[in-house]
Design a protein around this ligand. Structure first.
Ligand code: FES
Length: 109
């Protein structure tokens, strides 16, 4: 399990870090969308944090939660497919990390 559905609904973004894998899930209307947490521009986690216990997803989206943003150089990405629509890596994609909702949980598939 990545997180509970309730946790994703509450925050809109949940970070996941385990055994060196960095990922994150955003809520796209009523769908969870998962991506590897590595900006196409530099390969760094979008939120800037590298520590395993740095799980604050507050800076992974705009305030309106309409697009994903990278805190390093402000690249912006569509939630539905990870396409970069602005910034230094425009046209590139975040790497998809397949996830889905199963009842009260969000899980990898
Ligand atoms: S590292 Fe993400 S925009 Fe530069």
């Amino acid at each position: 399990m990545i997180c509970t559905w309730a946790a994703l609904r509450e925050t809109g973004t949940v970070l996941y870090r385990k055994n060196g894998f960095f990922g994150f899930v955003v809520l796209d209307d009523y769908l969870p969308r998962g991506y590897v947490d590595a900006c196409p521009h530099s390969g760094m986690p979008l939120g800037g944090g590298l520590a395993e216990d740095d799980l604050d997803g507050a800076h992974y989206q705009t305030r309106e939660q309409d697009v994903i943003v990278c805190s390093w150089h402000s690249a912006s990405f569509l939630k539905e497919n990870g396409l970069c629509i602005g910034g230094p890596c425009a046209g590139d994609h975040l790497e998809a990390w397949p996830v889905e909702r199963r009842g009260d949980e969000v899980v990898t598939i």
